[in-house]
Write a protein that binds this ligand. Structure first.
Ligand code: TXA
Ligand code: MG
Length: 345
């Protein structure tokens, strides 16, 4: 298959118009969102949705998010819309918040992996919204990477994984959040964070009071434990390089990372430190790259996946800094710990 490319800046209408038609007729279109690039198919067409799993090499029981362009489209996809969903979508949609609740009969089981709930979000990206409108159907979309690779935050990343496997790629430039949306479950009369993201726990609590945090956000599932979100049971991004997370006060953490660096380099391995503006002074004489600012964890989220991809085939060991697990630090630590297989020092 030949993949067609469109630039959302230079050809703002061409890609979404053609892409909308491709989605409607059962094809696959990769598109930018504010979080990461999505790989979209007609969310009401089970056969089209199956092509997503095939292109990504994703297990069929890991359910997808339906993307909509109008808040009022939610009621067709859910059995009913609970009051707390209304409060949250009024505050945070369009934006990086995905809500899980009981699905309506319109939603095919291919989307939900057989679950009786479905995840829905309204992305905050002009191209994504135009594509959904042009398609005229909700778009089912996971991140547009091969299963097991970091989520793509540029069209080049999508091309590297999906060229020749999908119909269209729309290039909307780099994503500005860089980690996937916050996923909350509204089941059981409460709000539970299944995956932290751009809408933080603190932001949610300011609107609806206390929310629960699924234990799987910061710790591995125990053997035999059921996953609240099927995505949790898969090792998300398993880089070729070993990722190790340094914890503790800044000087302690840096000292631990440097000791590990020296030990591994002495074994003949190539190491790199993912440093920050605030900590670069500790790593003089070592190989390091500045990936953002600790005081603004969003900058670290924005570049983490791209920096992992940039190290493919280069580093054997990637040494990273832990952040406090508050605000955007929670989303950062969730992705980092999973990439590290929860290995901390
Ligand atoms: O930012 C995002 O959310 C991106 C962009 C493209 O919108 N999409 C994305 O999709 O990250 P994906 O498929 O990579 O992640 C969806 C997550 C998975 O962890 C999945 O298990 C969970 O949401 N999920 C989907 N439906 C669910 C459901 N019914 N119940 C529990 N978890 C669900
Ligand atoms: Mg993904």
């Amino acid at each position: 298959m030949e993949t067609q490319y469109f630039n959302a800046v230079k050809q703002p209408e061409a890609g979404t118009k053609l892409g909308g038609g491709v989605i409607r007729s059962g094809g696959l279109v990769a598109f930018p969102t504010e979080t990461v690039y999505g790989l979209g198919a007609n969310g009401l067409d089970g056969e089209a949705v199956n092509k997503i799993f095939e292109a990504k090499g994703r297990p069929n029981d890991n359910p997808l998010i339906l993307h909509i362009a109008k808040k009022s489209d939610l009621k067709d996809l859910w059995k009913s819309v609970p009051e707390r969903a209304r409060l949250l979508m009024d505050e945070f949609w369009p934006g990086p918040l995905t809500m899980v609740y009981l699905k309506s009969s319109r939603v095919p089981e291919e989307v939900t992996g057989g679950l009786d709930t479905v995840a829905v979000r309204m992305p905050d990206n002009r191209t994504a919204l135009a594509l959904i409108r042009a398609a005229g159907v909700p778009i089912a979309a996971p991140s547009a990477n091969l299963s097991g690779k970091p989520s793509p935050t540029t069209a080049e990343h999508v091309k590297a994984d999906m060229n020749g496997k999908i119909d269209v790629i729309i290039d909307g430039g780099p994503c500005n959040i860089g980690v996937e949306s916050t996923v909350v479950s509204l089941m059981g009369g409460t709000v539970t964070i299944l995956r932290p993201g751009g809408i933080t726990r603190e932001m949610l609590e300011a609107v609806i009071g206390p929310v629960n945090l699924s234990p799987a956000v910061l710790a591995p599932l125990k053997q035999g434990e059921a996953a609240a979100s099927p995505g949790m049971k898969y090792k998300h991004y398993a880089p070729d390089a070993q990722v190790i997370v340094g914890t503790g006060s800044l000087p302690d953490m840096a000292a631990k990372l440097i000791a590990e660096y020296d030990r591994r380099e002495a074994e003949g391995l190539t190491c790199i430190i993912f440093a920050t503006e605030e900590t670069r002074c500790f790593y003089r004489g070592k190989r390091y790259v500045i990936i953002g600012e600790r005081k603004n964890p969003l900058t670290l989220c924005e570049s983490l996946f791209a920096q992992f991809r940039a190290q493919e085939g280069k580093a054997d060991v990637i040494l990273c800094e832990a952040l406090p697990e508050t605000d955007m630090g929670l989303a950062y630590m969730n992705r980092l710990l999973r990439s590290a297989g929860f290995k901390t020092i």
